[in-house]
Design a protein around this ligand. Sequence first.
Ligand SMILES: [Zn+2]
Length: 390
Amino acid sequence: MKKAFSYRFYPTFQQELLLRRTLGCVRLVYNRALAVRTEGWYQRQERIGYAQTNSLLTGWKRQEEFQFLNEVSCVPLQQSLRHLQTAFTHFFAKRAKYPNFKKKRNGGSAEFTRSAFKWKESQVFLAKCDEPLKIRWSRQLPSGAEPSTVTVRLNRAGQWYISIRFDEPRNLKLEPVAQSVGLDVGISSLVTLSTGEKIANPKHFNRHYKRLRRAQKALSRKQKGSRNREKARLKVARIHQQITNSRKDHLHKLTTRLIRENQTIAVESLAVKNMVKNPKLAQSISDAGWGEMVRQLEYKCQWYGRTLVKIDQWFPSSKRCGNCGHIVERLPLNVREWDCPVCGIDHDRDVNAAKNIIAVGHTVKVCGATVRPEESKSRKAGAMKQKPKS
Ligand SMILES: [Zn+2]
């Protein structure tokens, strides 16, 4: 079982120089290979794969103008070509958009496999670095864990992080429990549980947002290209990072709790990207980080021996009465509570949806079937035809 922990680290002056150069080379190699692959495809309908780009890299390293590529470890460069390959695989399988060029202002990352770093006495020595990285060990690696890959990352705020991948030596499987739960993306709250509990974002988020707005305003007043603008940009990026960190932290605590308490967790496999386009939902969905939450639940369920059931996004979880099964025609987003016209029961919109989700979740788990409710059959059938088989 693979696991990865991420830590902040503080490079020495020399290390920072080398790492920034490495990220620059990674970006250059990735972008050049992407350009070559794009040209090959659009001009000659030729699919250029990892192997060809890798031999191109060897060629570039021999050229006078790219001599600097030899000054950094070659492993991150090759890894970036592998990442590009993965990006294309996702693109051809219609799971992702066409790969983008990497930009300097977004920071960047470099992946070091086993041959490119040393793990000695719980310290990480990267290739071409004499000193170990000064890592702030915010949590312990389990004893006996052997890192297999480390990824060094520079974020937009200029902070360095290292993610250490290792094989989990312990068995983390939890004792089975009887409870199960359905989750609904809340519009008013972060998530609503089928038990009726509503989980909100922590209160201190609002304070972050106020600071963010102030910093963004200050940034917009600065002259383009000036040093002060760069400073203001860093400040905005740092606040963004703080928000991301505390949101992730909050989600981690929540997903861990849900997994401890429940054997089965049912969620809707929402197309988050489509929903973010809906301005009414945008703030709550992107804030809540629904995609991140499902991602965490997915891998934690694997670690801890729980089941995650993802429900078809066309299942009318909100419009269906959890009591009698009646499906109402319309349920606008601003309706928080409604009465079922058939059985007369009073519903809280989100709680009812969460209850429907766990009910369907049980059916899926038992029958192993995909749930395709009558209402949306035609839409689904149309969509299915275009989907490539995976
Ligand atoms: Zn009803």
